[in-house]
Ligand binder design. Structure first.
Ligand code: NI
Length: 256
């Protein structure tokens, strides 16, 4: 079975056929899915999805593009939501210097505050990092250093940084990008990183694997990512699915 560690099924793009798609995932070999919050409204939407589908779990947290929506009171609401049974992690949180919706200092402050929340509530973390490799790594090393498990979602840095994260005990989230022809750096990361530190993710509706690049993504396409990883590791697709399934359970501290 496949474990999709990072999805956004609350996204409007799934409104026409969300239920049909989610109820069909088991038949497509997808056994577990984690819906990741990003903005304020997605917190409640994530909780609702976890209540509707037995195989779907959630993470609560505010993405760096949306930290402008945060304040003290709301952070305490996130804390309360994080204590719900099917909420497994804090995320996605991190830094995004590509869009730079909020200044660096503001992003860093809320990133650290949410890392601390994860520590206090003893929950794993789901990390978003775009065009902010150094600062994300420095903050993770200084403020978290695998006090709880964590994943660097949609990993896009170098093999050297990958090695540093693995040394600290983190998992790397691998998705559709690994199937793209021009993703040489990520392919190197996958070759270089022990399978024991990789997890599979779609980030759906985004980042559809080849040959569906640009189309709406969903968890039933994750087998294409597993195939690409198997090719790079020189092992069977079954082994990739089995090991990453186990890894995902360790990451989210779920019994298998
Ligand atoms: Ni995401």
């Amino acid at each position: 079975m496949i474990f999709d560690t990072h999805t956004h099924y609350n996204d409007r793009q799934f409104d026409p056929d969300r239920d049909e798609l989610l109820t069909g995932l088991a038949a497509a070999g997808v056994g577990r899915v984690v819906n990741i919050s990003a903005d304020w409204d997605s917190l409640e939407e994530t909780i609702e999805l976890t209540e509707r589908y037995s195989f779907l779990y959630g993470a609560v947290g505010i993405h760096p593009d949306h930290v402008g929506e945060l304040n003290e009171e709301r952070l305490e609401i996130i804390r309360r939501l994080s204590r719900k049974e099917k909420i497994l992690a804090i995320g996605e949180i991190g830094l995004d210097y590509h869009w730079m919706v909020s200044p660096k200092e503001v992003q860093q402050e809320w990133f650290i505050r949410q890392l601390n929340l994860a520590k206090e509530e003893d929950l794993p973390v789901v990390i978003h990092s775009r065009d902010a490799v150094r600062d994300t790594f420095e903050i993770m090393k200084r403020e978290h250093a695998c006090i709880t498990p964590g994943v660097i979602h949609c990993f896009s840095a170098s093999a050297e940084i990958a090695r540093e994260y693995v040394k600290l005990g983190y998992y790397l989230g691998i998705g559709g990008v690994v199937t793209f022809k021009n993703s040489k750096a990520l392919k190197r990361v996958v070759e270089d990183t022990p399978l024991s530190h990789l997890v599979l993710e779609t980030d759906c509706p985004y980042l559809s694997p080849s040959p569906y690049r640009g189309k709406r993504n969903s968890s039933d396409r994750l087998s294409l990512v597993a195939e690409a990883v198997a090719g790079l590791k020189g092992c069977s697709v079954e082994e990739v699915e089995e090991v990453t399934w186990k890894n995902a359970h360790k990451l989210y501290r779920l019994p298998e």
